[in-house]
Design a binder for this molecule. Structure first.
Ligand SMILES: [Zn+2]
Length: 393
């Protein structure tokens, strides 16, 4: 005969370890994983600071992402200590976690004892629905979504790479997107620049991009710069952004951007594409190499692919742009391993992704020095673009 509900709960509680809120309060800063197993609305109404959120109904499928190491000390809690008792038994018996305890009395007792509760800024009902698939991933959740909504990301170029990046970051709820582009939409762009369309030929790309972003997600504020980055405007334009996404495929701007972002300590997610090949890296000043650590000097002008029109497979900027957008989200949410100190090489024809480790150059002309030592005059020191391309003949 199956036991009754209360009897079953007694049995379960006899098989697991329980812990008092006072002890949890002591342990909280010592590397234990505190996991809230309640539903999303309950978690959003207030939780133990630093708690991870894995609803009990998703325990089996999501606990590994929240607590990858099964030897970690795990403390589960719910409202009153019952759901967490069931969850503790599942972790212990079925999933092989070695040190699991359930907090008795749940967050109700925790609050009664006067301990801190963190109430995240609430998402609106519409935002909870719009971003529901983010809220279901423990690595993002309400906190991560708030970080995205608060983030300011500057896109250099609303072209091949910039189009998918802007669309997906807007969809993901990145709250402020800046776009720097001085160009107008051209028919030959539409093979890959999917943020624009046939009706907007001749329209400035920043305006066309803004229209598409608005239509997709009204949460996003668009800041437009219909200009080309140069040494006279770069510091003013890039100051204050959290992450910069480099979709510009010309060397002079890339060097200028590198030097200015090192000086302002802004991370850059960089990619370039040509033909069937793409490459990507994340340049986080002083944590990993900068662009000049990798490429001290630009290639000779006649070899630079940035002058004039080059062929590219239409889907390639989509692939590389979305790898960039992924790195941006990781940097903002503080999750995963961003591609810092790594150069990823994608070969579309071979369907291969190769990784090359790259290191800081202690002799780097830029990032071997403190930001305050890098003068305005040194930023992007390099012949100007027209002269550079003219030299290519
Ligand atoms: Zn460097």
């Amino acid at each position: 005969m199956s036991p009754s509900g209360p009897e079953l709960l007694r049995q379960i509680k006899s098989q697991i370890a329980e812990v008092d809120p006072a002890e949890v309060h002591e342990l909280i800063d010592e590397g234990v994983a505190v996991v809230d197993v309640r539903e999303a609305e309950e978690f959003a109404a207030g939780h133990i600071p630093g708690a991870k959120h894995v609803p009990r109904s998703y325990l089996e499928s999501r606990i590994e992402a929240a607590v990858p190491d099964r030897s970690t000390q795990v403390i589960l809690y719910c409202a009153s200590g019952n759901r967490s008792a069931y969850a503790a038994r599942t972790l212990q018996e079925d999933l092989g976690y070695e040190h699991v305890r359930s907090m008795n009395g749940g967050i109700t007792l925790w609050k009664d004892r006067g301990y801190d509760v963190r109430v995240p800024r609430a998402l609106s009902a519409e935002q909870r629905e719009r971003y529901s698939r983010h809220l279901l991933i423990p690595e993002i959740g309400v906190d991560g979504q708030q970080k995205l909504l608060d983030a300011k990301v500057l896109l250099l170029g609303a072209g091949g790479l910039g189009s998918p990046i802007a669309l997906y970051l807007a969809a993901a709820g990145v709250g402020t997107l800046g776009i720097v582009d001085d160009d107008e939409v051209d028919l030959s762009n539409l093979q890959r620049q999917v943020i624009h369309n046939s009706e907007r030929i001749g329209v400035p790309k920043v305006d066309s991009a803004e229209e598409s972003i608005r239509a997709l997600n009204p949460d996003v504020k668009v800041v437009k710069y219909k200009t080309r980055l140069d040494s006279s405007n770069i510091l003013e334009i890039i100051d204050g952004w959290d992450v910069i996404v480099d979709g510009v495929d010309n060397f002079p701007t890339r060097y200028l951007l590198n030097d200015a972002t090192v000086r302002l300590k802004i991370p850059v997610v960089s990619a370039s594409i040509l033909g069937f090949d793409g490459q990507l890296s994340v340049f986080k000043p002083y944590e990993g190499p900068c662009y000049r650590c990798l490429f001290r000097e630009p290639p000779p002008a006649e070899l630079a692919p940035s002058c004039g029109a080059n062929g590219v497979l239409g889907v390639l900027p989509g692939t590389m742009g979305l790898l960039q957008a992924t790195e941006v989200i990781k940097l903002i949410a503080g999750i995963g391993e961003p591609a810092i100190g790594r150069l990823l090489l994608y070969d579309a024809l071979g369907a291969t992704l190769t990784e090359v480790k790259v290191h800081r150059d202690p002799e780097c002309p830029i990032c071997s020095r403190e930001p305050s030592e890098i003068s305005d005059e040194e930023l992007g020191v390099f012949p100007d673009y027209e002269a550079f391309c003219a030299a290519a003949g």
